[in-house]
Design a protein around this ligand. Structure first.
Ligand SMILES: *Cc1c(COP(=O)(O)O)cnc(C)c1O
Length: 446
């Protein structure tokens, strides 16, 4: 196998103001042809990307601290992904696994059984997107339990399809005007250490959630509870220790399927293979997508063999689910994570970035909280001396970073969280420079 490295210079370089003239010309075409409901964080069109940078159509090179929302964990066009995809695309592109199966699908399912939490017998089904994986996890849980109620938590994000909109907490921009939503979905409080009462433990937060579920639904009516072990779009919220384990135990005691939605937090991103691993929690079902295939669309539900096998033959599937090219990409991405030690690299990134962010917090009263794990880090921005969210400052800081050629994303129910999701192959130098630009933005605006 030829393992080539990206030939894009790994440094920030601005040749024009952003967006440059070629991006502006494309933006004009876009506005005529692309639906306005599909928006972009930065109106800069991409020519090439690799390592820790994205090069635009005007020759500007930007530092990528977003990984296309936690997708290009192994970097864009990672060499092993490119090799596997090129070989597969030349061999065959699609047969539909439900008609004529192929080895790559099986190999991805084997890898998922090996890497996801727990050493029980596991099986997988493959899909195209995170939302589709979540939908199927709920289908399986309902089928296996014969129950209908599904519980999600505050600040949850699970996708944009009808059922996953119902599971998602935030109205704007995800839900407003798109109802009616799927029924039998209930919401309970989560654990949000920065905003929970002072000193509330993970066990207490879990009991608060369990109490709500028992009072408003009844444990024997609940098919599943779905939780992001580190919440993504809702604000990179790391629950207090013990929260996940207490919920998982309550699920076991009551015949409820515990679904960990690891679509954003999975695949080395947090300095473990899966975020549940940090807490030693073993979910019944795990949904994965984003980081799984180096940028190609692939998703999975992986879980206890007896749960996964409960559904009748033909009850799960889809035309493209587990597409061979996407599976080949996943095998290249997983090999990259294993061979290049990207789980450990994520932990290194946490060390480096957290030290810098805590320094910044010490000199910036608007930074209320610094949190996250591995390469999934965030700062929550507030009015100084309070916990009142400051979405305007958050947006201004992000905009300033964008103008300086650093791709930074925001999130949070209150729109006041800046999140960092660098490709795990980013160099220390680029990461440090990206954080310096962020620091300067705060110095100028806060
Ligand atoms: C992004 C995301 C989804 C939805 O994935 P899509 O591929 O966009 O459908 C679901 N759950 C979580 C936790 C996510 O971050």
């Amino acid at each position: 196998m030829t393992v080539t490295t990206t030939d894009i210079p790994q440094r920030r370089e601005l040749k024009t103001a952003l967006p440059g003239p070629n991006s502006q010309a494309l933006a004009a075409r876009r506005s005529q042809a692309v639906a306005a409901g599909v928006s972009s964080t930065m109106p800069v069109f991409v020519a090439r990307a690799g390592g820790g940078v994205i090069e635009d159509v005007d020759g500007n090179v930007l530092i990528d601290l977003g990984s296309g929302i936690a997708v290009t964990t192994v970097g864009n066009s990672a060499p092993r992904v490119v090799d596997q995809v090129q070989q597969q695309v030349a061999d065959f592109t699609h047969t539909c696994f439900m008609i004529s199966p192929y080895e790559e699908y099986v190999a991805v399912a084997e890898k998922l059984a090996e890497l996801t939490p727990g050493d029980h017998a596991k099986k997988s089904a493959l899909f195209n997107s995170g939302a589709e994986a979540v939908e199927n996890a709920i289908k399986i849980a309902r089928y296996a339990t014969g129950r209908q109620a599904v519980v999600a938590v505050d600040h949850a994000y699970h996708g944009r399809t009808n059922l996953t909109m119902a599971l998602t907490a935030k109205a704007m921009p995800y839900k407003k005007g798109f109802g009616p939503f799927a029924s039998d979905v209930y919401r309970v409080p989560t654990s949000y250490p920065f905003r929970d009462p002072e000193g509330m433990t993970g066990e207490q937060a879990a009991q608060r959630a369990i109490g709500t579920a028992e009072k408003t639904i009844g444990a024997d009516q609940i098919a599943a509870i779905i939780i992001e072990p580190i919440q993504g779009e809702g604000g990179f919220i790391v629950p207090a220790p013990g929260f996940l384990a207490t919920i998982a135990q309550w699920c076991t005691d009551n015949g409820i399927v515990f679904i960990a939605d690891e679509v954003q937090s999975g695949f080395a991103r947090t300095g473990a293979w899966f975020a549940c691993d940090h807490e030693g929690v073993v979910p019944d079902l795990v949904t994965t997508a984003k980081g799984i295939a180096g940028g190609l669309p692939l998703a999975a539900v992986t879980g206890r063999a007896e749960l996964m096998d409960s559904v009748h033959a033909g009850g799960l599937g889809g035309t493209y689910g587990g597409n061979p090219v996407a599976c080949a990409a996943a095998l290249g991405a997983i090999e990259t994570m294993q061979s290049d030690g990207l789980v450990a690299r994520a932990a290194e990134i946490e060390q480096l970035a957290t030290a810098t962010l805590r320094q910044l917090q010490a000199s910036t009263p608007a930074i209320g909280d610094v949190r996250g794990r591995g390469g999934m880090l965030a700062i929550e921005i507030v009015k100084p001396g309070t916990k009142e969210p400051d979405a305007a400052l958050t947006a201004a800081v992000a905009k300033k970073c964008h103008e300086q050629g650093v791709i930074i994303l925001t999130c949070g129910t209150y729109g006041n969280v800046i999140r960092l999701l660098p490709p795990l192959v980013i160099s220390d130098e680029l990461l440090t420079e990206g954080l310096q630009v962020l620091g300067q933005a705060f110095a100028e605006l806060a």
